[in-house]
Design a protein around this ligand. Structure first.
Ligand code: ASP
Length: 477
């Protein structure tokens, strides 16, 4: 087995076998120096002229993949590099194997890379990711995901997967639809979230569920957001609002601390929506001081007491579809209203005043999670959709399966979804979600490295019973 580069610090005087990429090379007089990089770090290697492979070594260039054998030595006095963890050491190479040469890279990877054109970074993402900054972020993301999982397992949660090919869900965005080959003219939808399945799991007796869920929403793309994101999706039975909030807080605190993150205030402050709007003019806000911003502190807070409904935004196709009466939900149609508004809710009165059990988790100015206590009484969900203008038939067609499921002893339940990408972005001190996703989309919705969306074979279309029709605008093609 090879030695990892950061392990050489404990191996002075011994032989080590390393493998990685040529990070940089320098010729000093007769000596050839190069920095070798692997996932753990970078170390200086040196080749002296009497070596049989000295000539061949002269040809190696940055980013070639190589395997080397050599002796770990202390660097001569005055030659140390205090910026590198391995900076007091070097490896004198005794054998060198070129595993694969590399063309000159299409983009430099020795800096942070923020200044490089994004389309180039994403087209060659596998090269861009070699950048130590991004490599560290991938490792942080993995560690944080593990810490969250561990915290959930510590609290007796069960991890369950739910289908990717499903029926349209209501999360307030457009669905991605998938044509059925077997049933011409019928379509699946990709899940905007596992919301309904996780509620069905509560009826199934799971009691404490979680999933690292991919959620797919055909939303207008904002600067740093693609069509998919990852949620830590959580649901619990026999709970009230403060139970879910306390559990989520415990899990987040444990996981953030585990990866070395600093939290400003425990327990997290709780702010009412109306108060937040008055004080911060927004339902997400940044509680950090300038000093804390520099120190990378995370300032979590809860926002509660949101209105259940809002007037439909006429520019939003999904809202027009969901809010047939001119009212639509602010967060989640499956939520339970606050107890004091239940009577009005059931009667469809004073709609604009009804508050919901929704709780949002905010951090450093971003929404990083959101959830609610759910309606488990079919009449409450029915009333929600009635307020949104659904007829009895439309209610049945849309959520009839949920109403039916609620009739079999559905326990009171509630949950949350945490935005994993945003959590990692804030932990890493990054400003764009794309910096913490291995293969993000471009801002135009084009996939990284692979060219999608792209046309498909006419034969494939035929098999799916699809025909592409050019849209005609006012008589023009
Ligand atoms: N399903 C909700 C969402 O994706 C989160 C939740 O209420 O659990 O935003």
């Amino acid at each position: 087995m090879r030695t990892l580069i950061n392990e050489i610090t404990g191996l002075v005087g011994q032989e080590a076998e390393l493998a990685g990429w040529i990070h940089a090379r320098r010729d000093h007089g007769k000596l050839i120096f190069f920095d070798l990089r692997d996932r753990s770090g970078v170390a200086q290697c040196v080749i002296t002229p009497e070596k049989s492979f000295y000539q061949e070594a002269g040809k190696i260039r940055p980013e070639w993949a190589v395997r080397v054998k050599g002796e770990v030595k202390r660097r001569p006095k005055g030659m140390e590099n205090p910026d590198l963890p391995t900076g007091n050491f070097e490896v004198e190479i005794k054998a060198l194997t070129v595993l694969n040469p590399s063309e000159p890279l299409p983009l430099p990877i020795d800096g942070d890379g923020y200044e490089i054109d994004e389309s180039v970074r994403l087209r060659y993402r596998y090269v861009d990711l070699r950048r130590p900054r991004l490599n560290k972020i991938l490792q942080l993301r993995s560690k944080y995901a593990r810490a969250v999982r561990d915290a959930l397992y510590d609290n007796c949660f069960t991890e369950v997967e739910t289908p990717m090919l499903t029926k349209a869900t209501k999360e307030g965005a457009r669905d991605f639809i998938v044509p059925s080959r077997m049933q011409p003219g019928k379509f699946y939808a990709l899940p905007q979230s596992p919301q309904q399945y996780k509620q069905l799991l509560m009826i199934a007796g799971v009691e404490r569920y979680f999933q690292f869920a991919r959620c797919i929403r055909d939303e207008d793309l904002r600067a740093d957001r693609g069509f998919e994101h990852t949620q830590v999706d959580i649901e619990m039975s026999f709970v009230e609002q403060q139970d879910v909030m306390a559990m989520v807080e415990k899990v987040v605190r444990q996981a953030v601390t585990q990866v070395g993150g600093k939290i400003k205030q425990n327990p997290f402050p709780v702010v009412a929506y109306a108060e937040a709007m008055k004080k911060y003019k927004a339902d997400k806000f940044d509680l950090r001081t300038e000093e804390e911003k520099k120190e990378g502190v995370l300032a979590f807070a809860w926002v509660i007491n949101f209105p259940f409904f809002k007037k439909v935004d006429r520019a939003d196709v999904a809202e027009i579809r969901d809010g047939k009466s001119g009212w639509t939900f602010t967060h989640n149609p499956f939520s339970q209203p606050m107890p004091e508004y239940l009577t009005d809710h059931l009667a469809g009165k004073n709609i604009g005043d009804i508050l919901t059990t929704q709780y949002d988790l905010v951090c450093n100015g971003y929404e990083v999670g959101g959830g609610s206590i759910r309606a488990h009484d079919p009449e409450v969900l029915r009333a929600t959709l009635r307020i949104m203008g659904y007829t009895e038939e439309q209610i049945e067609a849309s959520v009839g399966h949920m109403l039916e499921a609620f009739s079999y002893g559905a326990p009171p339940h509630g949950g949350i979804a945490l935005g994993l990408d945003r959590h990692v972005m804030l932990l890493a001190g990054e400003e764009s979600l794309r910096e913490v996703i291995a293969f993000p989309m471009t801002s135009g919705g084009q996939t990284a490295v692979m060219d999608a969306p792209c046309p498909v074979d006419p034969q494939q279309l035929e098999e799916l019973h699809l025909k592409i029709v050019e849209k005609t605008v006012k008589g023009k093609k």
